[in-house]
Design a protein around this ligand. Structure first.
Ligand SMILES: *[C@@H]1O[C@H](CO)[C@@H](O)[C@H](O)[C@H]1NC(C)=O
Ligand SMILES: *[C@@H]1O[C@H](CO)[C@@H](O)[C@H](O)[C@H]1NC(C)=O
Ligand SMILES: *[C@@H]1O[C@H](CO)[C@@H](O)[C@H](O)[C@H]1NC(C)=O
Ligand SMILES: *[C@@H]1O[C@H](CO)[C@@H](O)[C@H](O)[C@H]1NC(C)=O
Length: 479
């Protein structure tokens, strides 16, 4: 009797100890369920892929069970020491453009699309050398992300996008709990100048009230050639175009005389002048002033579907505003549209498992309406600076779409004090661009880069993201 009761106490002790150890959920001690889910998302045998040592995962994360909304992700572990590296989410803009098509396959991912076979080549300057790298197609209607309720596609806007992306993250961390303790950062370009700060704000607010279980370890964000403020962005586009000898003195004067970019509706005189301004970007690439354009006559898909209601309110009323970015090989978008629509590629990525009724495109053809987009993101930036997030803004200086001029006007409007004056920064012996450090925000220019900065200056871009993630100043002298 005495013996068996001792034995019972001992058993109880062992059980308590074991369950406490399990509850601590150390990395590498994931439950069978979670491991099985991760295993199901593991990408193996991706057609045309160069061999790599790091693991990759892709698949769907449900964000709204009632509507049947699911967002598609592609995740790459860091090339080395993934357990010690931060987690970085990359977002492209549009709105409606794919982070797979642009971010992963044409800018900063490990596998860049190329003409012919093999279809993918390894990117020496891939950002998963600096971080565990997560690409998200957001919102529903973009790329492989879908909603089972087709009316959802007509009810999109900045607010829904941020809310769904937040739910994506909460649920993604449930599938990959080993990354919950990592420092988390968000980066993106273009219209992600709206998405990234808006998502950061949702996380920031939710962290204050949510159960610790859903806490997201957000440390900061970085945005490039980012749409931030209708007034300064549009003014900067016109000034940049004149200053880069793209428009005539007369067109410039007409815009200055007849347009007021604080208003969303413009006079006929203003619209006529803007038509002349946009006409120039029919013949040269607005996203990269000095790059060749794709002259492949078989393609008529330079133009994307127009979306009503997006920011900036004046310029988005013009068709050429909705033209898609090209790339360093200006025809590269054509190869990715073929590649991502291949059945074997979709199977390898666990994509399109519900037979989405339209093809994968770089920028959505099904989103045609946008319900909300604030005229300025500066109030959010101010709030998050005060909240202590690390914020870097960068700009490729040959982009005519959201030019460095626009961003400088925007930062002037933000009105921060300067901590370190405007100075060159270096990549080896060459000036990579200029940088200025404000109280709460760092601004970096990248010399000779178009809108999709990593496409044009891959080595300097990897240097930029490494310095951002480690919060280190860029080199101020040749080395
Ligand atoms: C959408 O519908 C398909 C087919 O019924 C189903 O398999 C899928 O799980 C649904 N998606 C979501 C996110 O509920
Ligand atoms: C531009 O429009 C804004 C808002 O309507 C107005 O406050 C401002 O005075 C206008 N600027 C000029 C120069 O007319
Ligand atoms: C999904 O697959 C169907 C064929 O089953 C195809 O018609 C459609 O274009 C695909 N859509 C996407 C977004 O890949
Ligand atoms: C800038 O610095 C001055 C002097 O220290 C201070 O009074 C002011 O509040 C600062 N402005 C901002 C926006 O931090």
């Amino acid at each position: 009797m005495a013996l068996s009761s001792h034995y019972f106490v001992f058993l109880l002790f062992v059980l308590t100890f074991v369950s406490a150890a399990l509850a601590r959920s150390e990395p590498g001690k994931l439950s069978h369920d979670i491991l099985a889910q991760q295993e199901a998302d593991k990408v193996i045998r991706l057609p045309g892929q160069p061999p790599v040592k790091f693991r990759q995962y892709a698949g769907y994360i449900p964000v709204d069970g009632i509507h049947g909304k699911a967002l598609f992700y592609w995740f790459f572990e860091a090339t080395s020491h993934p357990q010690k590296k931060p987690l970085l989410l990359w977002l492209n803009g549009g709105p409606g453009c794919s982070s797979l098509g642009y971010g992963e396959a044409e800018e900063l991912g490990p596998f860049l699309i190329q003409k012919g076979t093999p279809e993918l080549r390894f990117n020496k300057y891939t950002w998963n050398k600096a971080a565990n790298l997560l690409f998200l197609e957001s919102p529903v209607g973009v790329g492989f992300s879908y909603s089972n309720r087709s009316s959802d596609i007509n009810e999109l806007g900045d607010t829904v996008t941020a809310k769904d992306s937040y739910m994506f993250l909460v649920n993604w961390f449930q599938r990959f709990p080993q990354y919950k303790s990592h420092d988390f950062y968000i980066a993106g370009e273009s219209y992600a100048g709206h998405y990234v700060p808006q998502l950061a704000e949702v996380i920031y607010d939710a962290n204050k009230k949510s159960a610790m279980e859903n806490y997201i370890n957000l440390k900061g964000f970085m945005i490039g050639n980012a749409l931030l403020d209708d007034d300064t962005d549009q003014t900067g586009m016109i000034d940049y175009a004149w200053d880069h000898a793209v428009i005539s003195d007369r067109v410039y004067q007409d815009v200055k005389t007849y347009c007021n970019f604080s208003n969303s509706d413009q006079s006929n005189e203003c619209n006529n002048a803007l038509n002349e301004y946009f006409a120039v970007y029919d013949i040269i690439d607005m996203y990269s002033l000095y790059a060749p354009t794709c002259v492949n006559t078989k393609t008529t898909n330079k133009q994307r579907r127009r979306i009503e209601g997006i920011a900036p309110k004046s310029f988005s009323k013009f068709d050429p505003w909705h033209k898609k970015p090209a790339g360093y090989d200006p025809c590269v978008s054509l190869y990715s549209e073929v590649y991502f629509n291949r059945r074997d590629v979709q199977e390898a990525l666990h994509a399109n498992i519900t037979n989405i009724p339209y093809p994968w495109t770089h920028c959505s053809d099904v989103i045609t309406f946008w319900s909300d987009a604030p005229a300025s993101i500066l109030p959010i930036i101010k709030k998050l600076i005060a909240g202590g997030l690390r914020i870097w803004v960068y700009s490729g200086d040959t982009d005519g779409r959201i030019p460095v001029t626009s961003t400088r006007y925007t930062l002037r409007k933000l009105g921060l004090n300067t901590t370190e004056e405007w100075a060159p920064w270096y990549n080896n012996n060459q000036v990579g661009g200029w940088t200025i450090i404000y109280d709460g925000l760092t601004f970096v220019t990248l010399r000779g880069a178009g809108h999709q900065v990593p496409t044009f200056v891959p080595k300097r871009s990897l240097q930029l993201i490494k310095h951002f993630l480690t919060n280190k100043k860029l080199p101020s002298a040749p080395y």
